[in-house]
Design a protein around this ligand. Structure first.
Ligand code: NAD
Length: 244
């Protein structure tokens, strides 16, 4: 029970990698907070997380790109659980458009969620975590090797790595560890939104598609004391796809 008496907050926790991560924390004894956009999706996810073993769970409707929402969610978590040990910055969205069709608004939409959302929760974690706290940021292999049609997403995920380095440097003297995970193709609703995948242009071998649980296990490892000496790491979890 690596997370007994700990409180873990997972953004985008109602679906895919976030839900698998919340369940994995629950199975290791954590009290779990999930934030996501829609209350109805939180209401569906919370009983699953409870059933996975969490002593207590709480869900908060929150748009991670709105700093006020983020402050309210963290205040709510602290009011209920009186501590915050782990933050997983997982909420994210992709958008598929050729460069000549992209607008500044498209860029800001993705950057606001994928980058600024990560920053807002990191700021709150720094304000409220005690030494021993830890943050895991979900980047992507697009941060280091991308494909067509996802320029804002690739830029945002690269910037998440940069933010991870800055936060790691500033977190170290506070006793807060900050690391990033870079998933490859993972079987979640987001993967199948990709028109390249739908149309078969980007033929990903089934063997190169991981499960949400593969990433959850990595995130929970990075958040655990097993990774006590892991600080500022960028861990690629793609089944070796980028090596081919
Ligand atoms: P998903 O679509 O199943 O889950 C993403 C969740 O984030 C959803 O529940 C969604 O409602 C939530 N979300 C989106 N915008 C939000 C906002 N503004 N505020 C709060 N919540 C918001 O997708 P997933 O694959 O589980 O994605 C999780 C993370 O993993 C994302 O950051 C994604 O970029 C990253 N990732 C996914 C893959 C993949 O192949 N699935 C690969 C690399 C990285």
């Amino acid at each position: 029970m690596r997370f007994q008496d700990k409180v873990a907050l997972v953004t985008g926790g109602a679906s895919g990698i976030g839900l698998a991560t919340a369940k994995r924390f629950a199975s290791e004894g954590a009290r779990v907070v999930i934030v996501d956009l829609k209350q109805e999706n939180l209401d569906k996810a919370l009983p699953e997380i409870k059933a996975a073993g969490a002593p207590d769970v709480w869900g908060c409707a929150c748009d991670v790109s709105d700093e006020k929402h983020v402050e309210t969610a963290v205040q709510g978590a602290l009011a209920r659980f009186e501590r915050l040990d782990v933050v997983v910055n997982n909420a994210g969205l992709m958008q598929f458009k050729p460069l000549e069709e992209l607008t500044g608004e498209d860029w800001l939409r993705v950057l606001n969620v994928d980058l600024l959302g990560t920053f807002y929760f990191t700021k709150q974690a720094f304000l409220h975590m005690k030494p021993g706290g830890t943050i895991v940021n979900v980047s992507s292999i697009h941060a280091i090797e991308t494909s067509p049609l996802v320029a804002p997403y690739a830029a945002a995920k690269a910037a998440v790595l940069s933010l991870t380095r800055s936060a790691s440097l500033e977190g170290k003297p506070k006793g807060i560890r900050v690391n990033a995970v870079l998933p490859g193709a993972i079987d979640t609703p987001m993967l199948w939104e990709n028109p390249n995948i739908k149309s078969g242009v980007e033929k990903i071998d089934r063997a190169d598609v991981g499960k949400a649980e593969d990433i959850a296990a990595t995130i929970v490892y990075l958040a655990s004391t097993d990774a006590a000496f892991v600080q500022g790491a960028e861990l690629r979890v793609d089944g070796g796809r980028l090596d081919q």
